[in-house]
Design a protein around this ligand. Structure first.
Ligand code: NAG
Ligand code: NAG
Length: 497
């Protein structure tokens, strides 16, 4: 293909630790699918950068010629991957591009016109945006679905139900069980963990004598499935907690910090302010296996001890076996408070939690290996980002599947058909939300959390079953979802389901 090309960092599966660049060229689709053969002609049209920024990026890489792969097919022979959630399309908006991945090439686009093309072999979805009543139907047998879901699972419980997640063939999620795991997406590097303690213990003790609480809580998103405030409120009865966010607020934030409190970035003034606390309450908004965010990694980075509730498997990813305090290891908020007070009064015991700041004390080989072998980077321009990485994973998988299908058709006796591949509940798998403290049957009927999250969870199961039914019936109108949900409920009530 002539002319319009640029360099993109992309997947380099199997070559861990080796940086590889992929050669990307632009193509676009004709408006009518009957004119597919004009693809290459259209491809020669003038390239129009969408913004000043993409203009710049384009200019800075346009002259690089990457190594590519051994895939010599022209654009019109390549399978097409369609990004259903255009907002996340990791290329210039509106473009169709050729991606040259580690073993094969594909075209990628966010143009929904290609939905029913024979060549469109896979549709990529963004989990947070995925809505059953907007799904691309009918689902074609030759098309796989790929799910990218790195954000909070509270945004879409649909994906936590078996019937929902099993609709997808490939996943990139926070779960280590997913096909392209993003588990450490919030941990930029090992160096981030090894950063020296910001406020030394003597200074923290001096601040304690001046009246600073031992524990920090800083949360402004209060109505969440993990119901964290209910736990923290109980904990506050037994130990002093300074709470600056909107949730359970008991202290005003100093004026010079107000603007930055809700920022997700690591503004130095704000960072130094929170680093003065010995303990940070770090409770995720949803409690799912392997869902861990900056709430956990940031205190470790700063040299404060996270008091954590979130992923049940968090210990598997910690620098060693004494760097985090896991809330659910304590029988009650009071028992936890007693333990925190004990550490607060025993410098040697407290300091053990920060031993990992010395490289020798990072003993978790699993963590080290995961950081070393992941192919994507976090805020690291020298590595591919995980969107491009996943897209290439799907591309290579699809090309391998197509090749296996061709081989099977040619010589069915010699070549087995490719095995179907689909996701399982372990790829997201967040359980039914439970109250942050106490039993659900003890909550009053008008409890705010009770009225939202358990219902949201069960309604999303209805939607998963409804979409499964739409697909099974080869429906092409996703808005029939509600009718299918109703039918399922009716036949269930009649004891038929
Ligand atoms: C993709 O997943 C669907 C739904 O679970 C399944 O029916 C289909 O066989 C899978 N396709 C491939 C190629 O594995
Ligand atoms: C499914 O629906 C599509 C579009 O409505 C139609 O072209 C196709 O023949 C149907 N397939 C089956 C197996 O009914």
């Amino acid at each position: 293909m002539a002319g319009r090309s640029r360099l993109l960092p992309c997947a380099c599966l199997g070559l861990f630790g080796v940086l590889c660049w992929v050669w990307v060229s632009f193509a676009s689709f004709p408006d009518d699918r009957l004119h597919l053969e004009t693809l290459d002609a259209v491809d020669r049209g003038a390239f129009q950068p969408q913004s000043a920024l993409s203009d710049m990026e384009f200019a800075s890489v346009a002259t690089y010629r990457g190594p590519g792969n051994a895939d010599r097919r022209s654009n019109k022979e390549l399978p097409i991957l369609l990004w259903w959630s255009g907002g996340l399309f990791p290329h210039f908006p509106g473009d169709t591009e050729r991606i040259d991945c580690s073993t094969s090439s594909c075209l990628v686009t966010s143009n929904r016109k290609v939905q029913l093309y024979k060549r469109t072999t896979s549709i990529i979805f963004y989990g947070t945006d995925f809505r059953a009543y907007e799904a691309p139907l009918p689902r074609l047998r030759h098309q796989t679905w790929a799910l990218f879901h790195e954000e909070s699972p509270m945004n879409n419980y649909f994906l936590s139900h078996g019937p929902g997640i099993r609709l997808f063939n490939y996943t990139a999620t926070f779960s280590r069980e997913s096909d392209y795991p993003l588990t450490l997406q919030w941990l930029p590097s090992l160096e981030y963990l090894l950063e020296p303690v910001v406020v030394p213990l003597e200074e923290k003790n001096r601040l304690r004598r001046e009246g600073l609480a031992p524990v920090l809580y800083m949360q402004s998103h209060c109505d969440v499935p993990s119901d964290r405030d209910r736990y923290v409120q109980e904990l506050m009865k037994y130990i002093e907690v300074d709470s600056y966010g909107k949730c359970l607020n008991n202290k005003p934030l100093p004026q010079h910090l107000e603007d930055t409190a809700t920022a997700t970035g690591e503004e130095p003034k704000f960072m130094n302010f929170v680093a003065r606390y010995k303990f940070h309450l770090a409770l995720e908004n949803g409690l799912c296996p392997d869902y861990m965010t900056e709430k956990l990694w940031r205190p470790l980075h700063q040299g404060c001890v996270p008091v954590y509730r979130g992923s049940s498997g968090v210990a598997d990813w910690m620098p060693n076996d004494h760097s985090v305090i896991i809330i659910d290891n304590f029988p009650s908020p009071k028992a936890l408070a007693d333990f925190l007070k004990h550490l607060d009064e025993n410098d040697d015991e407290y300091s053990k939690y920060l031993e990992f700041k010395n490289h020798r004390h990072i003993t978790n080989a699993h963590l080290l290996e995961a950081l070393e072998t992941r192919e994507w980077g976090v805020n690291d321009m020298s590595k591919p980002n995980y969107l491009n990485g996943f897209e290439c994973y799907v591309c290579d998988q699809e090309n391998a599947r197509l090749a296996a299908e061709r081989a099977y058709r040619k010589a069915p006796k010699k070549n087995p058909p490719p095995e179907p591949k689909m996701a399982s509940n372990s790829h997201v798998g967040c359980p039914l939300p439970r109250p942050g403290y106490g039993d659900v049957q003890d909550l009053p009927a008008n409890d705010g959390w009770l009225q939202i999250w358990p219902q949201d969870y069960w309604q999303s199961l209805d939607q998963a079953e409804g979409l499964e039914s739409l697909i099974r019936h080869n429906e092409s109108d996703p808005s029939l979802l509600w009718k299918h949900i109703q039918n399922i409920a009716v036949s269930r009530a009649r004891g038929k389901h």
